[in-house]
Design a protein around this ligand. Structure first.
Ligand code: ZN
Length: 148
C-alpha cells in the first residue's frame, strides 16, 4: 500500500524573547506563527470503514494538534528559563500565559519541542514526517524525521 503524506496547517500568535541575543529579538515581541504538520502512513483500504481511502482523517489530526499545541501556546509568552523571571514569579496578570522553557525559544528549538509532543500523540501506523514552523512569512524552521 502506498505511503502518502498529509499536511495540515495551524496558526497561533505568541510572544517570545531571545535570552542574551545581540539584537532586537532580546526584547519581548510577537509573531503570527504558522505550523505545517506533515504525517505519513498507508491509505485505509477497508471499504467498510468510515475512514476508507484516508491515511488519517484531517479532523482527527486537528483534534490531536489543537488542544495540545495551539490552545496551549496561542496568546502565550515563550521565555527561556535563563531569563530574569522575577515578574512572572510575582504572579503578574500579564504573564499568566507564560511558558518557561529549558531552551532558547527560537523557531529551531520550538520545532524540536513540537515534534516530541506530536510524536507522542499520533496513533499507531501514523508517523510524523516533518514540521515547518513559520515565524514570519519569509522565515521558517523545518524538522524532518529522516534528519534526526
Ligand atoms: Zn522573534
Amino acid at each position: 500500500m502506498a505511503h502518502i503524506r498529509l499536511t495540515k496547517i495551524f496558526e497561533f500568535e505568541a510572544a517570545h524573547a531571545l535570552h542574551n541575543y545581540d539584537g532586537l529579538c532580546r526584547n519581548i515581541h510577537g509573531h503570527s506563527y504558522k505550523l505545517h504538520v506533515t504525517i505519513m502512513g498507508s491509505i485505509n483500504g477497508d471499504s467498510t470503514s468510515p475512514k476508507y481511502g484516508m491515511v488519517m482523517d484531517f479532523g482527527d489530526l486537528k483534534q490531536l494538534i489543537k488542544p495540545n499545541i495551539i490552545d496551549e501556546y496561542d496568546h502565550s509568552i515563550l521565555l527561556s528559563s535563563k531569563e530574569n523571571l522575577e515578574y512572572i514569579k510575582s504572579e503578574n496578570e500579564l504573564f499568566k500565559r507564560t511558558h518557561i522553557l529549558d531552551f532558547q525559544p527560537t523557531a529551531e528549538n520550538m520545532v524540536i519541542h513540537f515534534a516530541k509532543i506530536i510524536k507522542s500523540l499520533l496513533p499507531a501506523g501514523i508517523e510524523l514526517h516533518s514540521l515547518k514552523l513559520f515565524e514570519t512569512a519569509s522565515s521558517f524552521a523545518e524538522w524532518y524525521a529522516e534528519d534526526q
